[in-house]
Design a binder for this molecule. Structure first.
Ligand code: WTA
Length: 562
């Protein structure tokens, strides 16, 4: 097939010759960029924050934070000092290496200070996306066994504390202490800063991030300190970061992108990050790009499309500082690429990866011709392929399971409390099976072809259909339910629910609104179905599980419910 190709970018770029670097590359070579390769003392937060202070760059900017009310800038030295204080708070609570602390906060400087202070103390952070409601929170908090929760007064009522006996301390931001909780600000004010970093084994975990699969409860994806080698190199090759950059990754820190590229990887390069709090508004984003003179921008197709809807605002803002734009999380459609080319004068470079991979894996790179519609090529040091249902490699131009040869640095090391689930990903050892369908062409470019397993991707957010189904059937009007992702021109996919109603119930506009709210308030807003259809029965396979293939046919209009 003839594909449109955009030529490699002219001028300076960090990765100049992809083929040459790829030839014999081993990630071990990346270890030399870290102080632990000389000192033997490792901690990912040391490399992201304190190293810069120790090496005399403490006064450079690290974080530009703003939202409707607050506008704060922090240097590396200031953040490191706050993180030391938060470590002091943890010491006063007798928090030990390897214990879990959950963060359920809106985007705010406190989020990043809490993360850094916990990880430098050897702790494991469990980030909880701000939109989660009671059920979603319960599953994740109970499974992780978090002893400490850091949250905000407006989010606290959603946390079912009475069902979480292992949670010993709840720290709440804001000045006023709430009964039974500790105040973040008060604890910080009285804490003695702890200058020593807790040195860890590079294979020790620092992060458990819950990701939805098709069936069952979300899986706690475990990441270890050694992942930094992958973060550093991908930020250099793919994001093309240089010390003079201002970097804005728009993802929420409740998801992997907002953690690895939101702050860890750019900080390892000493590059300041922009964090914009509050809800999405196109005007706000145009202003943020202009005001902070953002030079490298990492966002997602749905966001680009929402910006395009208000492109009349473009003329009001000077976006000339932008030099590199990247996309992640959902298919980068051609209309988005064309819009960026035309209005911003830059192509968008697609990046493919997952919570499980912990770092960018297959990417369009400035040094390579950009084949439109492709997600790009595997990065140096990484081998990808496409497998059939038996785990055999299928060769070019054949669709199958996208798989990665195990052993890349930021690869997840476990599924928390679930060895069996972890092994399932590696059922075709040595290949990690992603759950995505794909093919590659004769030049080695990969093409994403959707999920294999029914996991929904709405606005780049990963939704497990089983979680939504479980919630829907709790509603008295619903006997049975099945949920699938329906293609949508703005959001990539929307959540569509097929419901079997109790006798005598009808799918009225009111009931749909009620069901939507039921999921919104019980599970999470982004998981709430935008569309409903009443059916006589949910399609099931011989073993009684929901027939996700059939559902896919239904949402695509290829076949109809009986
Ligand atoms: C999807 C997000 C199309 C894919 C980093 C994957 C993409 C899931 C792309 C992981 C892309 C990610 N084009 N689809 N460039 N990147 N995906 O764990 O289905 O939230 O399996 O990690 O997002 O979502 P997750």
């Amino acid at each position: 097939m003839q594909r449109r190709v955009i030529p490699p970018r002219e001028g300076e770029k960090n990765l100049v010759d992809y083929e040459e670097v790829r030839k014999n590359f081993s990630f071990r070579e990346g270890e030399k960029f870290f102080t632990w390769s000389r000192t033997g003392k490792a901690n990912i937060i040391y490399e992201a924050l304190e190293k810069h202070v120790a090496e005399g760059r403490g006064d450079s900017s690290a974080l530009y934070y703003s939202d409707g009310q607050r506008r704060e800038n922090y240097t590396f030295a200031q953040l490191a000092e706050l993180a030391r204080k938060f470590t002091g708070v943890l010491h006063s609570l007798d928090f030990r290496k390897g214990e879990r602390l959950a963060i359920f906060l809106p985007r705010s400087p406190e989020w990043y200070v809490t993360f850094a202070g916990t990880v430098r103390a050897g702790g494991i952070v469990v980030p909880l996306f701000e939109a989660f409601m009671e059920e979603a929170l319960y599953d994740r908090l109970a499974d992780s066994g978090a002893r400490i929760l850091v949250t905000a007064p407006e989010l606290l009522p959603r946390v079912p504390l009475e069902r979480l006996p292992q949670l010993e301390h709840v720290i709440v931001t804001g000045e006023e202490g709430l009964p039974g909780t500790l105040s973040w600000q008060e604890e910080m004010a009285k804490a003695a800063p702890v200058a020593e970093v807790t040195w860890v084994d590079l294979e020790d975990p620092y992060l458990i991030l819950y990701a939805s699969g098709a069936e069952g409860v979300p899986r706690g994806i475990v990441h270890v300190h050694y992942g930094m080698v992958g973060h550093y190199l991908t930020a250099y090759w793919v994001h093309d970061l240089r010390p003079s950059d201002v970097y804005w990754c728009t993802a929420d820190p409740g998801w992997i992108t907002g953690i690895v590229y939101g702050f860890l990887a750019p900080w390892m390069h000493g590059v300041p990050v922009v964090i914009r709090g509050g809800r999405f508004r196109a005007e706000d984003w145009y202003r943020t790009l202009a005001e902070y003179r953002v030079s490298v921008w990492y966002s997602a197709p749905t966001a680009f499309r929402m910006m395009r809807q208000e492109e009349h605002l473009l003329a009001q803002y000077d976006l000339s500082s932008l030099r590199h734009i990247l996309s992640v999380g959902e298919p980068l459609t051609q209309d988005v690429l064309d819009w960026c080319l035309e209005k911003l004068g830059l192509p968008v470079y697609d990046t493919w990866w997952m919570t499980e991979t912990g770092m960018n894996i297959i990417c369009q790179l400035p040094a390579l011709p950009l084949k439109v519609g492709s997600i790009g090529k595997p990065l140096p040091g990484i081998e990808c392929t496409v497998l059939d249902d038996e785990g055999r490699e299928v060769g070019p131009n054949r669709i199958g399971h996208l798989a990665i040869k195990k052993g890349w640095p930021a690869m997840f090391r476990a599924v928390w409390n679930n060895e069996e689930k972890y092994r399932e990903y590696f059922r075709f050892d040595p290949w990690f099976v992603s759950g995505d369908a794909a093919y590659y062409d004769e030049d080695g470019y990969f093409y994403f072809q959707g999920r294999v397993d029914g996991v929904i991707n709405t606005s780049g957010e990963r939704v497990g259909p089983a979680e939504v189904e479980k919630k829907l059937v709790e509603h008295p009007a619903v006997k049975d339910a099945a949920v699938a992702g329906k293609p949508d021109p703005l959001r990539g996919e929307i959540v569509k629910a097929y419901v079997v109603l109790e006798t005598g119930r009808e799918l009225t506009a009111e009931l749909m609104e009620e069901l939507r709210n039921f999921v919104k308030t019980g599970l999470a807003a982004h998981a709430a179905p935008r569309e409903f259809e009443a059916v006589g029965a949910v399609p099931r396979t011989a073993d009684g599980s929901i027939d996700r293939k059939k559902l896919r046919e239904w949402v695509l209009g290829l076949s109809k419910p009986d």
